[in-house]
Ligand binder design. Sequence first.
Ligand code: BEZ
Ligand code: MG
Length: 568
Amino acid sequence: MTSFERDARVMQLHDQLIEIEQRLIPTGLHVFGHGGELKKKTDLLRMVASFERPEHGARALPALVAEGLKIEGAENLLRETSPSETRQLIDNLVSESVRRFCETGADAAVDYLSSTANVDREAARSTFGFLQNVSDQLDSNHELDSFARALRGEYIAPGPGADIVQNPLVLPTGRNIHAVNPYSVPSRTAFTRAKDTAEELLRRYQTEHGRYPRALALVLWGLDNIKTQGEGVAQALWLLGVRPLRDALNRATEIEVIPLEELGRPRMDVVMTVSGIFRDLFAPTMALLDKAVRRVAELDEPLEMNYVRRNIAERMSASSVGFDDAVVRVFSNAPGNYGTNVNFMVMQSAWDQASSLGDLFVTRKCFAYTRDSKGVTVEGREAPELMNDALSRIEATYQNIDSFEVGITDVDHYFEYLGGISQAVETRAQARPAIYLSDTLSPQTKIRSLEETVRLETRTKTLNPKWYEGMLKHGFRGVAEIENHVTNTFGWSATADAVDPWIYTEITQTFLLDEAMLNRLIDLNPHSVESLAKRLLEAHERGYWNPAEEVLLKLREVVERLAHSVGK
Ligand code: BEZ
Ligand code: MG
């Protein structure tokens, strides 16, 4: 290794450590009726203050600090994903000001930023005024009161449903959450943000493969698109190279094609699998997506610049399929059905070959939402042959993460969807797709591979003492959460073979080989400990890791001991 390569590796390591250190994680579960604690509030307010919020008259603190310090090229600096020293200086000043704000109040924070970074006092005062509102609302919790009122059949004030960082208007909690007007999706902001994410996704694929993917598969969820006002939808449109157009009633029902010269790249082919919740909430949006694909398919453009056209031409020349079938790109469950069941199959160990998980995904999700040759809406026609064919050309699969609270190992739904579709692609395209996630929450959009995301989640949550001690404060439920995380991690092995063996090794060491920890867990919740040990043994039996014989013995011993004490 040359000294240059060594230095580059050290820098990469540094970037990774910073990424792990800065990641916001939930340290414990939300307790109904309780406000947050100070440390958590400080972290949350720092994130809230890192976005420009013109609608609240509040500038982003990092931008104010950069301006106060007269840093050149501040805009690019603040978009960097690997933080420079200057960026760290800014972040430290911002963190300290928010800490002072939480402990002493807005005046102290404004004084601090004005004296250390020459930040404009008026602008800082506006931002901290806004943070004060958010902070007060975080402290006042109406959940129990509203719950009691709901039980009495009284009126509960409505409020939007979203992530606090994305939309602080979700506060105060304890209100009747409402969704969105589907015709407003995607919002203008969502569309602007989606451009960066979609281009970053393509850049990442190109860097790794030297070309664009033949086709991409996107997972779209309902709640995510509510929270982000349709960023996932907007990403699909960007990849196709079109914009939504609003009609006279300001409804996004039409499509405008972005000229190839402006797009600067070929139009991507995207296959969209939408959740049952999305289907129920966003019927007009599904029609918009279908319309977008058709419009792109009908453009008179060279095949090498329009992958939708290219793939449809290929499909129609190889079979007797007509245009209206070959163009179908939006799939979901049968009407009235939800979910893929892939999570249940994994959790119940009810599978032999990984391909069964992909087959189940297609069985559940192969319902086409489109139009027929007469232009009549088709709402859920069972079409496994169309989905199989669409998946056979996929080279990259992708999903957004839209919240710091819920990541890919917190719930089983990410692996049932993104893992499920990736597994389905693997047999149908006869190659494992590149699998990507983004977190669109950070000011700097970052695309990560699935493997990177699993490592990051494992380091910041499952193996992070701050995370698991936070969980263990909740006793029985906390141990169940740890076991859930391990099962969800296992789900990524089962569907996508995306978990490094060291992850299973360290989980075992942390929770089962450390006697003191093992006894603590057993005291709190022996059922979950038994499941945890069984899952780790299953991971070994299925070939995901290969621990030493004495580790296997220990795991079997734990199962044996608990089988008796749990009384089975
Ligand atoms: C959704 O928002 O569409 C969704 C939520 C939970 C699981 C799966 C999908
Ligand atoms: Mg659930």
